[in-house]
Design a protein around this ligand. Structure first.
Ligand code: NDP
Length: 397
């Protein structure tokens, strides 16, 4: 039986890599639905190639433009808006959903896939960071099959016994070693971080990714979000997870066992490996990834993360410890600050400053409903924008 796959965020880096794996296996996968925000031309050409049942755009203008481009493709129905994203994520005919919308915008459709018990391939880490316990409760209630796509979490998943990924104690696991590339500014001084440009932040040394995650990788917020993601996925506390900066990005993470064994998953830095792993799990399929040449790589290096120059990792760990709605506030403030940096309105080093100021100003409450989480997300965005206006007026540093 072919798997019927919906790809939320089909036009992005993860979406396109997912389609590349699917393209190699027409006998195994069929594209049920593709979604995008504004990339009409890219969606039109993907629809022509993959002939999905549905194509969803975020707004009416995009949907109308796509509809007119696909006039000769009557089998693909063009839909619009968040309700339609939820519909194609929860459709009875679809069994697998790649959750690859970037940021908080992915939470509602991803949750819809979870609640309808699909195999959910989770790339959109922000959804889990924002709603942690509620998200995992929804997974448990629906019986959804949640498989991590983030390369690190997929590596950890591969290094654990499949039936004990949320019971590390019973599995004899003593530590998770979460690797980090260190990003493009790993060796930069604190002073030089003030003048780095968005295009430098987006030029990751090892990975080709969307803009937002590239900046997160440069600030180490990505590792902070991943620390929180690991705690929820594997049911562990942050002190169980130790970040190791590994600039080669060949070891994607490791799991330490009580007998001293450390299992690692290695591979070229290519997201098609974890994507293929999730799509075909528990089987293995060709992902189109070049074989690893360890003779050419020669050496591996490891460093501790520098929390002075890269405070975002510390802020994320603290936010998780504070609990409640704080991780949602952290995520919202980060999204606002990163957008402002990419827009040339905030300096790189002030991303962390704005996040910390927002965390200080937005009260933590219990994350007892998704409505509460969305309210705090909105409040944090307002506060972060206020802080950035004050900063640009010279009021705050
Ligand atoms: P991209 O920015 O490349 O792609 C984002 C996708 O989401 C695009 O299809 C975009 O559509 C769509 N989108 C953006 N905003 C909205 C919105 N408001 N409503 C609906 N759709 C929207 O991101 P990435 O592929 O890099 O990352 C996606 C997710 O995967 C992120 O959560 C990231 O952290 C995670 N991830 C990414 C990795 C990578 O290698 N890229 C690795 C590990 C995790 P459009 O093209 O029209 O803007």
């Amino acid at each position: 039986m072919k798997r019927n796959v919906t790809i939320l965020g089909a036009t992005g880096s993860i979406g396109l890599n997912t389609l590349d794996v699917i393209r190699r296996h027409p006998d195994r996968f069929r594209v049920h639905a593709l979604t995008a925000s504004t990339s009409v031309d890219s969606m039109a050409s993907l629809c022509r190639e993959f002939r999905p049942r549905y194509a969803v755009m975020a707004d009416q203008k995009g949907a109308e433009a796509l509809f007119s481009q696909l006039a000769d493709l009557p089998l693909t129905q063009v839909l619009v808006g968040e309700d339609s994203l939820c519909r194609v994520a929860s459709d009875r005919e679809c069994d697998t959903v790649m959750a690859a919308i970037v940021g908080a915008a992915g939470l509602v459709p991803t949750l819809s896939a979870v609640r309808s018990g699909k195999r959910v391939l989770l790339a959109n880490k922000e959804a889990l960071v924002m709603s942690g316990q509620l998200f995992m409760d929804a997974v448990a209630e629906s019986g959804a099959e949640l498989l991590p796509i983030d390369s690190e979490h997929n590596a950890i998943f591969q290094c654990m016994p499949a039936d004990r990924i949320r019971n590390t104690l019973a599995a004899g696991i003593t530590r998770i070693l979460l690797t980090a590339s260190g990003g493009p500014f790993r060796t930069f001084s604190a002073d030089s971080l003030r003048s780095v440009k968005p295009e430098e932040a987006c030029a990751h040394p090892n990975w080709s990714m969307g803009q937002k995650i590239s900046v997160d990788s440069a600030t180490l917020m990505n590792k902070g979000l991943e620390l929180i993601e690991a705690c929820w996925l594997f049911n562990v506390s942050p002190d169980f997870v130790e970040v190791h900066v590994h600039p080669e990005s060949i070891i994607h993470s490791m799991v330490e066992y009580a007998d001293g064994s450390v299992l690692a998953q290695l591979g070229s830095p290519d997201m098609r490996t974890p994507i293929a792993n999730g799509l075909a799990w528990p089987e293995r399929i060709d992902a189109g990834v070049a074989p690893l040449d360890l003779f050419q790589i020669g050496k591996f290096h490891f460093e501790r993360p520098d929390l002075q120059r890269f405070p975002c990792l510390r802020l994320a760990a603290e936010a998780f410890q504070r609990g409640g709605t704080t991780p949602a506030v952290l995520n919202a403030a980060n999204e606002e600050a990163v957008a402002a940096f990419l827009d040339g309105k905030l300096c790189f080093a002030d991303i962390a400053v704005i996040i910390e100021q927002t965390l200080d100003r937005v009260a933590t409450v219990a994350a007892d409903s998704f409505d509460t989480i969305f309210e705090k997300d909105a409040e944090a965005r307002l506060v972060a924008r206020e802080q950035m206006s004050l900063a640009s007026a010279g009021g705050v540093s």
